[in-house]
Design a binder for this molecule. Structure first.
Ligand code: FAD
Length: 512
């Protein structure tokens, strides 16, 4: 175990050494007076946080860190760069849960959004016009949940994990098992305050400054810094019925998933995941069920677990089970392969936190995360299963995920938003989240190699995937990614951030 322990420490030692070397051998950055006038933090803690993220794959030192106490501090910083003869780059850092340096700004300024306090979370509205919350872009979704539940309300669209900021997820899309029914989080925003790359604070919505509104949603931080978002709320349920249904046949699994997202009044959340011999234990199953599932997985090689959740409250407590039976009748699974749990709405939404705390206690959370997230045309999902899940992931058995796969309804994804999804006109597409962690037994380079193979396979097989949390190092890659949206994306950049100041860590306009 000493060897294991030492092995474990190696990445951290290397990380710290690289950091110290970076700090001591920094070239003198191009520092116009404007950058130094902004009262930046350059101490080790500020710099270390700003130059790292959840992925632990990229490390880039900024010139300094701004800890704004108000929205106007941010506007002033952006304006000073915009008006400078040599503008410096600026990245808003939400909770730094990107995996490839997207919230970093080499030799520029990172804004530590968490120090903002002026907006907070304010619930308004009424039952006839609807409820909403005005929340600061720096707020964590877990805090939005806690605050809105006090009013018996909650946002309708979520991510699996809630320790992410509103500004960070709205810059991507924000997806989870609710996305099929309510759209992604970016489809549930009524209005935003945004500081553009010119340092102007602009309120935007579907009807006012709508160009900026749609640019920012899924805009990878390229057009402005979100300081306030008005989020749609609905009456919150109190409890959930939570199911995992195990399939050994991918076609039956996806057919049932697609059915469940196409009916009204069915489940409120539908996802799915892979179970293989080396899949880490889940706290959903009892130890007995777990060992039965594992032995089946080792026999079959790969199993698929459909995860579905139905919300309820006291009003329907007597009819909920009957309702569920009607839905289950239309599905195609064996009765011994359905597992259930009853949980509070809060515990269900906050489910990944328990896993995080467990992994943290095992020192397995702060490790490199070479993640690959893809959107896949529905018409090719069976090929993707064979070519990627079976032939690459299962057969090579290099990594243990978790691997998520589920369909999403397209209808609530507004094409005016910057986010990119498959370009076909099918009313559904799939998401596959390959959430590998490196650690004592797995070198991140091995997973990166596997990711490369997966992308190459899709390319060769003509599966027109789109990356979610896209990462490209060449302009050509970005142009292909945006496809028919590239020219609009570029025009919006010229309009809202003409000096290419914002979120340089995405490497879109500063790649070759
Ligand atoms: P950061 O990493 O800090 O920033 C991301 C990007 O947004 C950067 O380019 C940054 O400059 C920009 N940005 C940050 N704040 C603002 C702002 N206020 N205005 C404008 N731009 C801003 N995503 C999902 O969709 N569904 C999931 O279920 C899901 N689960 C996850 C689980 C885990 C454990 C992790 C680590 C990530 C998960 N994600 C999920 C991904 C997550 O949504 C993105 O990584 C998101 O960007 C993280 O938010 P953040 O606040 O940490 O953003």
């Amino acid at each position: 175990s000493h060897v294991l322990h030492a092995y474990f420490l190696v990445p951290f030692i290397i990380h710290s050494l690289v950091f110290m070397t970076l700090m001591s051998s920094r070239p003198l950055p191009n520092t116009p007076n404007e950058i130094t006038e902004n009262n930046l933090c350059t101490d080790t803690i500020c710099m270390k946080t700003a130059s790292s993220d959840y992925g632990k794959l990229v490390q880039e030192l900024p010139f300094g860190v701004l800890r704004p106490s108000s929205v106007s501090d941010i506007a002033r910083l952006v304006k000073s760069s915009y008006n400078s003869s040599s503008p410096f780059t600026i990245a808003a850092r939400g909770n730094g849960h990107s995996v490839r340096g997207q919230a970093m700004a080499k030799d520029g300024v990172v804004i530590e959004m968490s120090s903002l306090k002026d907006i907070g979370i304010r619930v308004s509205g009424n039952s006839s016009l609807g409820f909403y919350a005005d929340v600061g872009g720096e707020q964590l979704w877990i805090d939005v949940l806690r605050a809105t539940l006090q009013h018996g309300l909650a946002p309708v669209s979520w991510t699996d994990y809630l320790y992410l900021t509103v500004g960070g997820t709205l810059s991507n899309a924000g997806i989870s098992g609710q996305s099929s029914f309510h759209g992604p989080q970016i489809s549930n925003v009524l209005e935003m305050d945004v500081i553009t790359g010119k340092g102007e604070l602009i309120t935007c919505s579907e009807n006012t400054n709508s160009d900026l509104f749609y640019a920012v949603l899924g805009g990878l931080g390229q057009f402005g810094i979100i300081t306030r978002a008005r989020i749609v709320l609905d009456k919150a349920p109190t409890r959930v019925k939570w199911f995992q249904i195990i399939y050994d046949d991918f076609a039956k699994f996806t057919k049932d998933q697609e059915y469940l997202i196409s009916i009204d009044h069915g489940f409120d959340y539908v996802e799915g995941s892979l179970i293989m011999e080396n899949t880490p234990a889940s706290n959903f199953f009892t130890p007995d069920d777990e060992s039965m599932i594992n032995s089946l997985a080792s026999k079959k090689g790969i199993l698929y677990s459909l995860e579905a959740v139905k919300y309820y409250n006291d009003e329907i407590i007597n009819t909920i089970d009957e309702e569920l039976q009607v839905i289950f009748k239309a599905l195609n699974f064996k009765s011994e392969f359905i597992f259930s749990k009853d949980a509070t709405f809060f515990d269900f939404l906050n489910r990944v936190r328990a896993e995080e705390l467990l992994l943290q206690s095992l020192a397995l959370w702060d490790v490199p995360h070479p993640w690959l997230n893809l959107f896949i045309p529905r018409s090719r999902i069976a090929d993707f299963n064979q070519g990627v899940f079976v032939d690459i992931i299962q057969k090579q058995s290099l990594s243990s995920g978790p691997f998520l796969v589920y369909p999403i309804n397209r209808k609530k994804w507004d094409d005016r938003m910057s986010v990119v999804i498959p370009e076909d006109d099918d009313d559904m597409f799939y998401t596959a989240a390959l959430l590998n962690a490196a650690g004592p037994a797995v070198d991140p380079a091995v997973i990166e190699e596997q990711n490369k193979k997966i992308l190459e396979y899709c390319n060769k097989a003509g599966i027109k995937i789109k990356q979610y949390f896209p990462h490209y190092t060449r302009k050509l890659g970005w142009m292909k990614h945006f496809g028919n949206k590239w020219s609009a994306f570029k025009e919006r950049k010229e309009q809202f951030d003409p000096k290419l100041i914002l979120s340089p860590g995405q490497r879109i306009f500063n790649s070759d």
